[in-house]
Design a protein around this ligand. Structure first.
Ligand code: IMP
Length: 429
């Protein structure tokens, strides 16, 4: 069975919880898009490891892991991550393969992003600084360097010359450090020695389709969340890849009919990092309390995340765009003793808005959220393992999230540990 796990909000929903709880039955884990902007935390032997590029399945002995077609891979970041995983004795999977179609985040992409964000000043997007935007831009400009290019270093001098002819003037314009052809060719030679042996011989698409036909399980790990999707998110305050379930088809090389289930992950509240509209954002002491309790600091950049309430319009949007079949709610425990609210709709210029995508980004900045206030719960729920064990107020909160999304709950996490979860349905049934 092929299952896609996706974020319903602005990323950081805790997609790793799905892998934590159902990873043992997976033969192939595939990251499909994004790059080292993502940060997936996994706990191995009681130690927290943050993965940025490598699929979370890397810790499972039975699994093969792939870095998929639409990823943008910073080779130095990947090499460091593999070394760190090996040092922590957490590099346990059977194999780690890279798609030849993925693109490389080149040093000039990192430099350009730094310069551009600085120049944009107060209009900056607040990117993670991992070279994501410039790398996808070079891909669309047909001047990207794919992983497969590492097998053809002989053709690279001419190609690199063309790239630098176009990019160095911009770097110079912003007062940055320009690159010589030799800088880039040396870089490519160095990373080729490490990465070429990791390029998959059989296309990822063929491998996972064959696995599916044998009845094995494939888990596709999305990164970021729907509201950061290049098309469907709050453009231009988005990432540069397709973060929706449809994007997984390209990133893994499968047709839409191959996907059996799409699991959307949602926090019991909401967070966002970087600039852009956040209609349900809360401020002051309450926000600080949730931020501290939920440890809402970026796994990649360490930046504090803005905090807000669950937005029913956003959940319904995520369910519709992704064709969600199941919902995982995370960090339910964080709201203990806090009166939760859910935004049921917005009012914009006197109009009732129930569809997140009915308003464009400029309008979303001015949308007035309308809330339903719930009773909440004061009890510690971290020991609950069944829905019926939960206090009534917690049951009401999670049931409302289910109702507004229109998608059945698969699981609710009630604490950071792997076992602190209420499983309502088995993913692989
Ligand atoms: P970029 O992906 O680094 O270009 O950043 C674009 C926007 O997406 C910024 O607002 C980032 O904070 C946000 N972003 C990118 N990756 C993640 C993530 O994994 N979690 C949360 N926000 C992210």
């Amino acid at each position: 069975m092929i299952v896609v796990v996706i974020g319903n909000q602005w990323g950081d929903e805790g997609k790793g919880r799905v892998i934590d709880n159902w990873g043992e039955q997976v033969s192939y884990f595939v990251r499909v898009q994004g790059g080292a902007n993502a940060g997936h935390s996994v706990i191995v032997g009681g130690k927290k490891i943050v993965l940025h590029l490598v699929p979370s399945g890397v810790t499972y002995h039975q699994a093969h892991c792939f870095l998929g077609n639409d990823m943008v891979i910073d080779p130095m970041a990947l090499i460091k991550e593999i070394d760190d995983l090996s040092a922590a004795e957490a590099y346990n999977c059977k194999s780690l393969g890279i798609s030849p179609l993925a693109h490389l985040v080149m040093p000039y992409c990192l430099e350009l992003e730094k310069l551009r964000e600085k120049a944009r000043d107060k209009n900056a997007i607040g990117t993670t600084g991992r070279g994501i935007g410039p790398t996808y831009e070079m891909r669309a400009r047909r001047l990207g360097i794919r992983v497969e290019h590492l097998r053809h270093l002989d053709i690279m001098p001419e190609y690199v010359k063309t790239i630098l002819n176009e990019l160095n003037p911009e770097i110079r314009h912003w007062g940055g450090k320009t690159f010589t052809q030799k800088d880039i060719l040396d870089f490519l030679e160095k990373v080729a020695a490490y990465l070429v042996p990791m390029i998959v011989k059989t296309p990822i698409s063929a491998t996972i389709c064959a696995a599916e036909a044998r009845g094995e399980n494939v888990l596709i790990e999305g990164a970021q969340g729907l509201a950061l999707d290049l098309t469907h998110g709050t453009y231009p305050f988005v990432t540069s890849s397709s973060t929706i379930a449809g994007g997984a088809c390209s990133g893994a090389g499968i047709g839409p009919t191959m996907i059996k289930k799409v699991i959307g992950v949602t926090k019991a509240y909401c967070t966002r990092v970087g600039a852009g509209p956040f209609p349900t954002k809360i401020n002051g002491e309450l926000a600080a309390k949730i931020q501290e309790r939920g440890k809402e600091f970026g796994a990649t950049t360490g930046r504090p995340r803005d905090v807000g309430w669950v937005d029913a319009t956003q959940l319904a949007h995520a369910a519709r765009i992704n064709g969600l079949t199941g919902l995982v709610i995370t960090k339910g425990d964080v709201l203990q003793g806090i009166e939760p609210q859910i935004c049921t709709h917005y009012v914009y210029q006197g109009r009732k808005i129930t569809n997140f995508d009915e308003l464009d980004c400029c309008e979303l900045f001015k949308a007035e959220p309308v809330y339903e206030t719930l009773a909440g719960f004061t009890e510690d729920i971290s020991g609950c393992r069944k829905f019926n064990d939960l206090p009534k107020g917690a049951q009401e909160l999670f049931s409302k999230i289910q109702k507004y999304s229109g998608v059945p709950i698969l699981a609710i996490s009630v604490g950071p540990e792997r076992h602190q979860i209420i499983i309502m349905r088995d993913l692989w049934q």
